[in-house]
Design a protein around this ligand. Sequence first.
Ligand SMILES: *[C@@H]1O[C@H](CO)[C@@H](O)[C@H](O)[C@H]1NC(C)=O
Ligand SMILES: *[C@@H]1O[C@H](CO)[C@@H](O)[C@H](O)[C@H]1NC(C)=O
Ligand SMILES: *[C@@H]1O[C@H](CO)[C@@H](O)[C@H](O)[C@H]1NC(C)=O
Length: 416
Amino acid sequence: MLNFGRARNQARTARPVSLGGMDYVDPKRKGSFVGKVFLAAALTALCIIMIKQSPSLNSPSVFSLHEPGVTHVLVTGGAGYVGSHAALRLLKDSYRVTIVDNLSRGNLGAVRILQDLFPEHGRLQFIYADLGDKNAVNKIFSENKFDAVMHFAAVAYVGESTLDPLKYYHNITSNTLLVIESMAKYDVKTLIYSSTCATYGEPEKMPITEETSQVPINPYGKAKKMAEDIILDFSKNSDMAVMILRYFNVIGSDPEGRLGEAPRPELREHGRISGACFDAARGIIPGLKVRGTDYKTADGTCVRDYIDVTDLVDAHVKALEKAQPGKVGIYNVGTGKGSSVKEFVDACKKATGRTIKVEFLPRRPGDYAEVYSDPTKIRLELNWTAQHTNLEQSLRTAWRWQKSHRDGYGPSSAIF
Ligand SMILES: *[C@@H]1O[C@H](CO)[C@@H](O)[C@H](O)[C@H]1NC(C)=O
Ligand SMILES: *[C@@H]1O[C@H](CO)[C@@H](O)[C@H](O)[C@H]1NC(C)=O
Ligand SMILES: *[C@@H]1O[C@H](CO)[C@@H](O)[C@H](O)[C@H]1NC(C)=O
């Protein structure tokens, strides 16, 4: 059975550095006799721990073999908000799932919940690794046989991206390149890529179709666009099946209340509007700051297309089912309906039932005035339409989780 103990061992093998964390485990170094005895004792203890925690260490892992009738999906960033919801849906639909995450943005608590829900052997494994570490990524692909990759892992705050652009090019563009290189090398046949409407920038014409030209105006959108370009160029000469999904603004959480959105507290200030709504409702922050009331929109506040995470992961599964070798499908994933920040704030007040103080401030750099999708293509080609289109209802679901998880997934899931 796969428990977290095994997952940690896998993590260690994927990150040789952490194994060498004990400085004295250096075979080249001439230690004293006492040192050697100590070393031997330490290694023995480590082996015993590993054997105890890894009952299946001796037999080849099912994750390392292609099994007919089983689709094994690598979910990068599977401890994160969207990634964990996708992993849950895949597991529910009988896929075999490997989550890779280094928990810099994700939550171990989310992985633990998935492991508790699907404890059977061969359903879910968790590998703690950094996707920016080429050797680690290569090792993961060499030791596991994936049929498909859903690449969620990324940093995803527009505001942060304007303050720290290199972080975005590194963790989005460069890491995606490493993932594609490994997929090519190990002949993984299908890629579902998480992209964003931020790649469109601020188009003149609404709604946004997949043909709308992509002129991103912040490093987040640019980094994602570059990653898309890498994927598109690669696919011209490859028979990989590729689906690129451009998300609009993701909200909501698992209707059964098992998973939620729990960003790192230190990222709150960059955070998304839904997080701010709940923080304000809980009194963690004094109120909501609406940045920009002079946009060219009906009520002057920004307009966004809010897509429920349950619908979003449904789009991923449909994309995976319909992906075809040598073809690229690009789809907007939105509801097709825009809501203003003011409307969002009203829905937030109703969903939480709390009084929320609202402060109106000048615009924030990097924000677009109005963004909503034309979801026609994905409906026609993937038979997908958004089902959870009531803003207040989506927020109510997410609020239920927030209320019962005051510390997110708990303090223990933040440290590693
Ligand atoms: C996690 O991975 C990212 C992406 O490569 C990296 O930049 C970051 O430093 C890693 N964080 C930890 C805690 O290892
Ligand atoms: C992203 O990349 C930068 C390198 O520019 C790294 O220092 C940072 O830790 C990464 N951040 C995350 C959250 O992965
Ligand atoms: C499209 O989806 C609907 C609802 O999920 C389903 O009832 C219908 O059979 C699907 N149509 C096709 C052509 O797959």
